[in-house]
Design a binder for this molecule. Structure first.
Ligand code: SF4
Length: 272
């Protein structure tokens, strides 16, 4: 048994569920024993920051923020590897490592962190994978808790409660029908349909991502891409010119809401 003092660290990701869990943890363990922890990739949508701040104010705790300092784009160029749905080193560098460093800092200060995630019963497999991760990767295992699975009698309607009882508007990306609300729609783990939604909603942001991909391909003279089709590289430029630009607004809207199997898997960053 560790003689460190328990500290309840809520993985405050910018989603409604993690905000709801943050309030639940503070009500149960008190503000002095709780931390709202957020790792910033510097790519988040500005309205996600607004949502985080308003929820933290409602809960009555300041956000403990860690910023590695690079954007995902800078990580890709530094490591000479363009993130994609299978391997996104940006998540590892900007979120996972920052969390592991924070865990060890807390232990040096005499605390034993317990991590809390806003994951519901429908995502038990994600909870299991997070438990495995935090058992093996820190210097000593870290306990992970999932109050929406283990401690609440029924899954709360977090979005409804935050909007109607806390009177806080949800992040605009929810209303704009993004399934990946991280990194302002630029998540490299998004798929063909996700990027169609980015093109539909924020064409300039799609263009920025497309230009980044083209710069990367040129600088490293490599046939690589964020998206894949039939297991092969499939660039955002090709997707825009040959698929998205040829659709009517209605077709684009319908296409953007479809999901391939792998697009249903939420990015690890959604919980951290
Ligand atoms: S949300 Fe996506 S792009 Fe952003 S850090 Fe995570 S994996 Fe990378």
């Amino acid at each position: 048994m560790s003689d460190r003092q328990d500290l309840h660290v809520v993985m405050f990701s910018g989603g409604a569920s993690s905000a709801y869990v943050g309030k639940w943890v503070v009500d149960k363990y008190g503000k002095d024993n709780t931390v709202l922890f957020f790792t910033d990739t510097l790519w988040e949508d500005k309205d996600n920051y607004r949502f985080l701040e308003e929820c933290a104010e409602y809960i009555g705790l300041e956000i403990t923020k860690r910023v590695e300092g690079r954007t995902p784009e800078e990580v890709f160029f530094d490591i000479r590897f363009l993130g994609n749905a299978r391997l996104a080193q940006c998540s590892e560098e900007l979120k996972v490592k920052q969390t592991l460093i924070y865990i060890e800092e807390l232990r040096l200060e005499g605390y034993e962190p317990i991590l809390y995630f806003g994951i519901g019963p429908k995502e038990q497999h994600r909870a299991d994978s997070l438990k495995r991760h935090y058992k093996h990767f820190p210097l000593e295992p870290v306990e992970c808790r999932f109050p929406m699975i283990d401690s609440m009698s029924q899954e709360p309607k977090a979005r409804h409660i935050i909007e109607n009882e806390w009177n806080i508007d949800l992040p605009r990306m929810y209303k704009l029908k993004f399934h990946h609300a991280n990194c302002a729609g630029r998540c490299v783990r998004g798929g063909l349909h996700h990027y169609a939604n980015l093109y539909r909603v924020w064409p300039q942001r799609y263009k920025a991502q497309e230009e980044m991909e083209e710069r990367f391909r040129k600088e490293f003279d490599a046939d690589v891409s964020i998206l894949k089709k039939d297991g092969k590289p499939y660039t955002l430029k090709y997707h825009r010119e040959n698929v998205l630009e040829k659709m009517s607004p209605k077709e684009l809207e319908e296409y953007a809401q479809r999901r391939d199997k792998e697009e249903e898997i939420p990015c690890f960053c959604s919980f951290s």
